[in-house]
Design a binder for this molecule. Sequence first.
Ligand SMILES: Cc1cc2nc3c(=O)[nH]c(=O)nc-3n(C[C@H](O)[C@H](O)[C@H](O)COP(=O)(O)O)c2cc1C
Length: 322
Amino acid sequence: MFKTRITEIFGIEYPIIQGAMMWLSRAELVSAVSNAGGLGIIASSTFPTVKELRQEIKKTKSMTDKPFAVNITLLPTVRPVNYGEYISAAIEEGVDIIETAGRSPEPYMKQLKDARIKIMHKCARVRDVKSAERLGVDAVTIVGFEAAGAPGMDDVASSVLLPRAVDTVKIPVIAGGGISDARGFVAALALGAEGVVMGTRFMACKECPAHPKIKEHMIQATEKDTVLIQRSINNPERVLSTDFAQSVLEMEKKGATLEELVPLISGLRGKQALDEGDISKGIIVCGQTVGLIHDIPSAREIIEGIISEAKLIVQRLYSTSV
Ligand SMILES: Cc1cc2nc3c(=O)[nH]c(=O)nc-3n(C[C@H](O)[C@H](O)[C@H](O)COP(=O)(O)O)c2cc1C
């Protein structure tokens, strides 16, 4: 049950993928997800140098013999990043699944294909799904408006975006944005997805290195407690609606320039908040599905819980329909 082209391509037991999370999806979380039968993804943007990424891959390999991936987020950064070098490092360290996100993976496709890497590309628009298929990626992830991180500029919810993507391409589609339990998992499969990616759910799990106070804050938050910042700079980001995030929004309303915003939205401020458990220190990326999260289980409990409850949901649906 729940075997799809995604479980087949990536060699995993369940079609459940842990969303790449800057600062957070490191060896402990990634290996926990992969050991539980899902696919963990290291966020390469966490590492200021290629050497540190290599060390994290080595550490992850020492903690799991199951497949895991490396995410390369191709978004503009304050410090120029040589993404090709990060990809080479991942390949040389033996990673054979790479997720690209943020921008078209086109400049890196030859490098990835030559190394026979399995490629998934994450995007937020149907037209990008189509281009990714044309470029030859193995799978595509579509994230809706609910998603943590970068849900795109179009404000279309997963319930519409996902079937649109599925109808548009032949390659398998992974659903992201708003999924955190068995109901979301089954609904995504019903809409045509062959896998799901969950960021916010795995952020509030035992192996996630965010400070416990951040996880407690997430448990208190409702579905109304996130907000989209950075729309004024054409790079919307869904984050927890804290006083800090509201002050960024205020600056945006007043027409702040990118240079004025950067000191507040820089990843390092977010890291400080996550490490110290102090939501007044920086931006905390988080999705609307936080409203459905009421506990802090282990990655294995999340995955096994979703699979066992999903089976019951499917049985119930089947028995009530005949
Ligand atoms: C704390 C946090 C950090 C994230 N950082 C990244 C990132 O660096 N690169 C990326 O492609 N996606 C990033 N994401 C997005 C997730 O990989 C995933 O697409 C998203 O969380 C799915 O939506 P959901 O949160 O509703 O599950 C992040 C998400 C969270 C919660």
